[in-house]
Design a protein around this ligand. Structure first.
Ligand code: GRF
Length: 330
């Protein structure tokens, strides 16, 4: 799905909102909290789909009434793999970048989890790692804990086990039952989930994270080294030429971008014409380089890897470049 770069009133390109799909099985109050938070202009994500394995889930009616696309089909009579493949198809068709599980009462197949690795979050009603699974509130009360609470974590193949991003403790009151505690924890959930999801999608747009990604790809090139030049991290071949620069607000231009080598002025002009929000002519670098913005929120990292490879090849001595060409043949 083609993503449109958005513009403000004066025509400056700004960050695309992250596209989130929410999976529910029931009431969907957490989904509603995510959806209403997304209505704020400053919210860095939007809800593009609410999907369910239960066509009767009350949350679906609410999402539809709010103008959000919904999809539901019962998992009954299907294998786990087949049903998850169907869900996955819907999420991809909706152009989702992230998945938020919100009371989705299904164990997920390994393939599904792998397909959304590092991009799927879940909310769980306990202070993880305590009380994975069900009956969390009763177990906290029975243990005599001072607090119950909720956690948002990244989903990994093991149930309720991935890295915890944030959690909120909720005091257990004398005389609390699982129900009374659950209803207060739910209030905390509705605060915690939207804010944690927002921070999570923003993290991937921060200059530090973007530099980390570029570094990983650039340093994978043969004989690559990182140095600092004019205050910018840059990547070159040991004792050789530089093939990439990472710029962050250089001369206060407000951009976070990657500069790579290209063939010259024609290629530079063609790229800028093709996508004027993403590509630009970097000041002081001349016609042999192009700037590629990384801060629009829709960076295709395979493409960035390819740019770095081409740039490396353009400056690599013949002997080294030959090695890369030989490796490509296998
Ligand atoms: C919440 O308590 C959530 O932590 C758990 O399932 C419940 C879903 O409630 N995973 P709702 O459907 O969001 O109201």
């Amino acid at each position: 799905m083609l993503k449109q770069v958005q513009h403000d009133e004066i025509g400056e390109a700004f960050m695309t909102k992250a596209r989130v799909a929410v999976l529910i099985s029931g009431t969907g109050t957490n989904m509603a909290a995510l959806l209403y938070a997304a209505k704020g202009d400053a919210c860095p994500y939007e809800i593009v789909l609410v999907a369910s394995n239960n066509p009767e889930a009350p949350g679906l009616t609410l999402a539809a009434a709010e103008g959000v696309a919904t999809w539901a089909e019962t998992h009954k009579g299907m294998t786990r793999d087949a049903f998850d493949a169907l869900v996955d198809e819907q999420l991809r068709a909706a152009g989702a970048d992230y998945v938020a599980l919100a009371g989705y009462m299904r164990i997920l197949s390994e393939a599904f989890v792998a397909g959304w690795q590092g991009r799927m979050l879940n909310i769980h009603p306990s202070l993880l790692p305590l009380y994975k699974g069900l009956d969390t509130h009763q177990r906290a009360i029975d243990a005599g804990d001072s607090h119950g609470g909720c956690s948002v974590h990244i989903v990994t193949p093991t149930l309720d086990d991935g890295p915890v991003l944030d959690q909120t403790p909720v005091a257990i009151l004398p005389g609390d039952t699982a129900e009374t505690l659950a209803s207060r924890v739910l209030i905390a959930e509705h605060q915690l989930y939207p804010r944690t999801l927002a921070a999570f999608v923003m993290r991937e747009r921060s200059p530090d994270w973007l530099l980390g990604r570029v570094r990983e790809l650039a340093m994978a090139m043969p004989e690559a080294e990182e140095t600092l030049s004019h205050g910018m991290p840059c990547f070159g071949i040991v004792k050789g030429k530089k093939f990439a620069w990472f710029t962050e607000d250089h001369h206060r231009d407000g951009r976070t971008a990657l500069l790579v080598k290209i063939s010259g002025v024609d290629e530079q002009a063609a790229l800028i014409e093709l996508d004027p929000d993403r590509y630009y002519r970097p000041a002081y670098f001349g016609d042999g380089w192009v700037g590629i913005r990384l801060d629009l929120g829709d960076t295709d990292w395979d493409e960035i890897g390819e740019w770095l490879r081409k740039s490396w090849l353009a400056v690599a001595p013949r002997k080294l470049a030959g090695l890369m060409a030989a490796a490509d043949e296998f």
